[in-house]
Structure formats: structure tokens, C-alpha cells
Design a binder for this molecule. Structure first.
Ligand code: 4NP
Length: 148
């Protein structure tokens, strides 16, 4: 199973989700691979935001090697799952999707046990990196449990 985590810039939320799932894969909890991408093009080739990287590392997840790339139509034919962080990501991704995609497009927060949480807040614009990490981690872990 191939999973693609998607946010706006691919420097904060989706790299966190990418790193968290990568570690679960490395631990043998999920058979598959993970990558991440952004719907926007501003940060292509860049490392994760240093605040996102610091909070991740504090929580035991090293994302410093990741580099931003932009979501492409072909990703919908390559991946089994495309998991987005908020409604804007969903709408922007949907616009790129081919008619009969292989990938299932879903919001990551659909897997968060707290039904009041229906988006991963954008920490680049809104702050709250630690809280964002916790939301992403809880949802990714629940997603993994749901696959087995
Ligand atoms: P992300 O955060 O989507 O979680 O990576 C953002 C990063 C950059 C921008 C917006 C959100 N930006 O406008 O450059």
C-alpha cells in the first residue's frame, strides 16, 4: 500500500504525517510506503519548517531529511491513499485528480477519535506546532490501526 500525505506547503503538516507513518512502517506496523507533497509550489525542494522539525524531533520523529514537492495528477495513479489535512487541501487535490483515480482521497482527521477535530490546523499561519503534531500523530496511528 502506497500512502501520500498532502498539505498546502509540504513543509509542516504533511512532513509530520510522513515521518510518523514512516516510523510505524520501519517498526513493522504497516506494510507499505509513504511520501508527502503540497498542493502549493512555494517551497519545492525545501527542508521542513524548522519549528515543525523541532517539534517532531522532540516527539521522537526525525523529518530533517524530507524535501518538499508539489502534488501532481500522476500521484493519483501511483498511490493507494492520498490523505489531506483540511478542506482546502481536499478541494485543491480533487481538482488535480484524473477521472478514475487509483488513490482514495480522504481527510486524515476522519480517523481522529475526537469527532470535533475535522481539520489539521495550519501551523505556518496559525501556530500551535505541538498541538498540530499531536493531532497528526493520533490520526495517523488510528489510520494504521484501521488498516490491519
Ligand atoms: P503546511 O504549512 O501546509 O502545513 O506545510 C504551510 C506552509 C507554507 C505556507 C502555508 C502553509 N505558505 O503559505 O507558504
Amino acid at each position: 500500500m502506497k500512502v501520500l500525505m498532502v498539505c498546502l506547503g509540504n513543509i509542516c503538516r504533511s512532513p509530520m504525517a510522513h515521518g510518523i507513518l514512516r516510523d510505524r512502517i520501519d517498526q513493522g506496523d504497516f506494510k507499505g510506503s509513504v511520501d508527502s507533497a503540497g498542493t502549493g509550489d512555494w517551497h519545492i525542494g525545501e527542508s521542513p519548517d524548522e519549528r515543525a522539525a523541532a517539534v517532531s524531533l522532540k516527539n521522537g520523529v526525525d523529518i530533517s531529511d524530507l524535501r518538499a514537492r508539489q502534488l501532481q495528477t500522476d500521484d493519483f495513479n501511483t498511490y493507494d491513499w492520498i490523505l489531506v489535512m483540511d478542506d482546502k487541501n481536499y478541494a485543491d487535490a480533487k481538482k488535480l485528480a484524473p477521472q478514475s483515480p487509483r488513490a482514495k482521497l480522504e481527510r486524515l482527521t476522519d480517523y481522529h477519535p475526537d469527532s470535533n477535530i475535522n481539520r489539521v490546523p495550519d501551523p505556518y499561519l496559525e501556530g500551535g506546532f505541538e498541538q498540530v503534531f499531536q493531532i497528526v500523530q493520533t490520526a495517523v496511528n488510528r489510520w494504521v490501526e484501521r488498516q490491519s
